[in-house]
Every structure is written in C-alpha cells, then in structure tokens.
Design a protein around this ligand. Structure first.
Ligand code: SUG
Length: 440
C-alpha cells in the first residue's frame, strides 16, 4: 500500500472573501485583490515537487463557482446576469459565499479509511458535509459526485453520502483525522473533534468548533474501523481560540511519527501514552510546548500544516510553507524534528502565498488516500499526475485564469462564463464525464 496525495486544483474564482471566522489569515486578508492564476500555479508547483520526491500525486478538480444553482435555490431568478447582479447588492456577502474556491483545500473533502483497516476490505471515503460554514457546505454534493467518478469501482471503494448537514454532525473531513501505524501493529486512527453536539463539555469561547464528536464517531462506523483501533481526541479549545480551526493547524502525523503542539489536543500526555500503548516503541512523538513555539507563531507560520511524506526509500520528508522558514521559532522546531532520532530527514519550503492568505497550507491542499497497486489501477478518470498531465494542466491554467481578481469582479458575468468554460474543458482533460450540475 502507498499513499496517493489528491491535491485540489485552485479554481478560477479564487478570492479573499474574509469568510472563515476563526481562520485568522482569512479574516486578515478579506477584501484584498487575489491572483487566481498564481494560486493555481503555486498549487501545481507543489504537486510537481511532491511527485519528484517519488510520492504518487493526483488531482481533484475545482467546483463550479460562482455557484448559480445555489443562488437560484435561494430565490434569485432571471438570467445568469440578473441573478449575479441581484446577489451582488448590498455588501455582496451572498455572492462571495457562492464564489469561494475553498474546494481547493481537499483535506476537508472527505475522511479516508484504507482497505487494510476496514472490516469489509474496501477503501471508505466519507465526503465531509462542512456544515459549519455555508461557503464550504455547498462543496459536499459536488465532492461526492467527483469522488464517485474517480472511486467508481464499488467492489473496491465505498464513497458514502456526506453525514446529515446539520451542525450536530458537522464534519470537516481529513483535516481532523490522522492514521498512524508501526511495524507489527495494526493502524490507529485519530478522529479528532472540537465540541460535543449532545451533552456538556469544554468548548472554545471565541471561535467556532467546526467538527463534533458525534460526526467523528459516525465516520469511524462508516469506515468500518475496529473500535480498539479508533481514538477520539478533543482539539484543545484554547488552540481553536488561538486560530487552530482544524487539527492540522497544530498537528501532523504519518506512519510512526506524529508532530503535535501542546495546544493541538486536550491532555497531550494522555494521548501520547495511549498511542504508545497501541503502537509500541517505534512510535515517535515530537511535542512542542508554548514555551518552545508560541501558538501564535504556529498559527501564523503553519509548521504543522506540512505534508509529512514517506519517500521512496522509507525515509520521511516534510514539505512546509515558506512562512515556516521565515519564522525563527517555527523553523527551529522543524530543525529539531529533523535532528532528533526519527525517520524525518529533511524539510523543503515552498511558496504557497495565495493559499496561505486564506489559511490553507500544504497539508490543507491534499487529501491522503492510501491505496494498493490494484486499487490505483482501478481509479477512474485521468487524475494521476504524470508529465503529460502536468503540462496539460499548466497550459490550461495559463489559458483560462485571470491574474487579478478584486472583490467587485465577482459580479462580472464574464467571470462566471469563463469559469464554466474552464471547468467544462477540465472535465475533458481529466476524463471525468459530466460531474458538475451545470453540465447536466
Ligand atoms: O475552511 N479557508 C479555508 C481554509 C481551509 C484550510 N484547511 C485545512 N486546515 N485543512 C477554511 O477556513 C477562506 C475563504 C475566504 O475567506 O475567502 C477559507 O475558506
């Protein structure tokens, strides 16, 4: 089995909408001018880089935005031009909500349980309902349709319906999920959450907890994970209040290694002991206290929002945002990870400025799908990155994307048309068929 990284391609309407309360970068950059072409090319450059490390890399397409079908569902009517003009009135919040390119952060697309860990021997994908925030909740149905086009072989793959879209079952996908495994031990799944839907308990006071315990329990059931191999740690409420809206802002794990800030989870020492009991001595836990790495630095520079990747020869490398290289405390932490006795040998820093300004680092941009070779061969579409697809995607981005988008441009009917033409063409490049509602 090897892990395939499914990165989201940033869509043509990438903009800074200021939509995500509790995501500090989104709030700070709201209203600024974006560069969708640079965003998509930065993402593609990361995919290229990861592929050249010897890791299998694949893509997931952007979603149709502005989503006119959602505006029509909300009562806007007339021609596309009229719908856009009406939705743009006032502060334009509705238009911003349906124009976000947030589907690019595919760590929030779904939670994945590999076939080796599921009682029925199939790979399970549970599309996230993203019920906490409207601009993300409208991703769930398209994500399900896209995943069903790619993971179409029902003998091997189960693409579930998203959980019921209510805040009691709010689910943010793999950004709150970590799979760890050591030689001689069955894998352990950490299904993290921020609040309980039913009953009391600690919760953040400043920012929303986006994911519930009840959602995590449902995902573990759907994924057919053995109860003894599932752990349900709570995100630290103080971490969420400091801007860690997803677990992957303050923790990242891969196979035998987990890096975690002391504000990632409540009771980090207890969690470490439980993991060690289930995974044995090969487990490597690298913790940072607020003394070593103030949580404000961790949230601003995103050292944990890295890809921790097993490369061809079994060693691990970290792909981190350039922001972590430029922050002395974040960098010192990552240097310590490499220096300590563990499989991590190197850190690479990449420029992901456009995504980072909306709170999306390297880890947000990819959905990890561990697959057997036969499962990889059974994937639908043309989504695995090779030289030819890299070239086709780069040329498509250069051809179809604007290099400047101001908030007022979201009301431009030409942008909506360009975006639909671009996505229609992309489904041809990726051989996905008519996966979008506007194509049916
Ligand atoms: O859900 N940003 C995304 C960032 C998601 C990051 N993903 C992970 N941590 N895995 C979010 O907050 C901002 C959109 C805007 O403001 O225009 C946004 O949705």
């Amino acid at each position: 089995m090897r892990e395939v990284e499914f990165d989201g391609i940033c869509g043509p309407t990438h903009n800074f909408g200021g939509l995500s309360a509790g995501n500090l970068a989104s709030t700070v950059h709201g209203g600024q001018v974006s560069n969708p072409r640079a965003a998509a090319l930065q993402g593609l450059a990361k995919m290229r880089f990861v592929r050249r490390l010897g890791v299998a890399q694949a893509v997931l397409p952007p979603h149709p935005r502005p989503r006119l079908s959602t505006l029509r569902r909300l009562g806007f009517s007339g021609s596309d031009e009229e719908v856009l003009a009406e939705a743009a009135r006032g502060d334009g919040i509705l238009l911003r909500l349906v124009s976000s390119a947030a589907a690019m952060w595919t760590a929030n697309a779904a939670t994945v349980v590999p076939s080796a860990d599921a009682a029925d021997g199939r790979t399970h994908l549970v599309p996230a309902n993203l019920a906490q925030m409207f601009h993300r909740a409208i991703e769930a149905d398209t994500t399900r349709d896209v995943l069903r086009a790619i993971f179409a072989d029902e003998a091997r793959f189960a693409v579930h319906d998203p959980l019921p879209s209510v805040t009691q079952f709010a689910d943010e996908g793999a950004a709150n999920h970590t799979r760890l495994v050591t030689p001689g031990h069955a894998a352990v799944h950490l299904f993290a959450w921020g609040r309980r839907a039913f009953g009391d308990g600690a919760a953040p006071s400043r920012f929303p907890a986006r994911h519930t315990l009840e959602a995590s329990q449902a995902i573990a059931r759907l994924g057919r994970v053995a109860p003894a191999r599932a752990i349900f740690p709570q995100q630290h409420p103080d971490g969420i209040d400091a801007g860690s809206f997803h677990t992957d802002v303050l923790a990242v794990g891969n196979e035998s290694v987990i890096l975690m800030h002391d504000l990632a989870f409540v009771d980090p020492a207890g969690l470490e002991a439980e993991l060690r009991a289930k995974l044995g001595d090969a487990l490597r836990v690298v913790r940072a206290s607020a003394g070593e790495l103030p949580v404000a630095d961790a949230v601003a520079a995103y050292p944990y929002n890295s890809e921790l990747l097993t490369v061809a020869d079994g060693r691990m490398v970290i792909v981190a945002p350039a922001d972590s290289r430029d922050n002395p405390r974040a960098r010192a932490f990552l240097d310590r990870v490499v220096a300590e006795d563990n499989p991590v040998v190197e850190v690479h820093y990449l420029d992901l400025r456009q995504s980072m300004n909306n709170g999306g680092g390297p880890a947000c941009l990819r959905l990890r799908v561990p697959l057997e070779e036969a499962e990889i061969a059974a994937l639908g579409g043309r989504v695995l990155l090779g030289d030819a697809l890299e070239r086709d995607l780069a040329a498509w981005i250069e051809r179809r994307y604007r290099d400047r988008l101001a908030p007022a441009d979201l009301a431009d009917p030409a942008l909506a048309r360009e975006s639909m033409v671009a996505l229609d063409e992309l489904t041809g490049i990726l051989r996905l068929g008519s996966v979008y509602d506007f194509q049916r």
